[in-house]
Write a protein of this length. Sequence first.
Length: 172
Amino acid sequence: MKRKLIVWISILVLTLTSVLILPQVVYGQMGRPSRGMMGNPGMGNDAQIIHQLFANHDKIHRTVKQLPNGIQSITESDDPQIAALIQAHVASMYRRVANNQPIPMIHMVPTLPTLLQNRDRYQRQLQNTLNGLTVTETATAPDLIATIQEHAREVSQFVNEGMPTMMRGRAR
């Protein structure tokens, strides 16, 4: 009974976040989504979300567990608006990878071109949590496993350092 209640509360919170908070964050704080850079739908909006995450990196907690075949990360925030941005950002990036679409600010993350080129060679699982999300990425090829693990380190560096990493133009 208690477990069912927790599940229903989780669903309610996620639904309310999606319906009430995410539109305010996307439309209210950042303006209307545009067709974005170079005519790619949503590219400008995705870049704006990335900038918001950088600006609020100190409100984000991230842990990464190395797996023999990849990683599992938990990225969350106690701020509901930041949690909604985390969820929106990762879901959008996964759609871009799956559809072989350009990724905003790809030059900032050295592993992204490899992940994009090898999108069919690794598995991505995304699960929203109350405060963000859990991501599991796995592969069988050792070179791709290493790339997945390096990408997790790059993202963690962005979370830890915020804008200074962005201003350098790429993660180390």
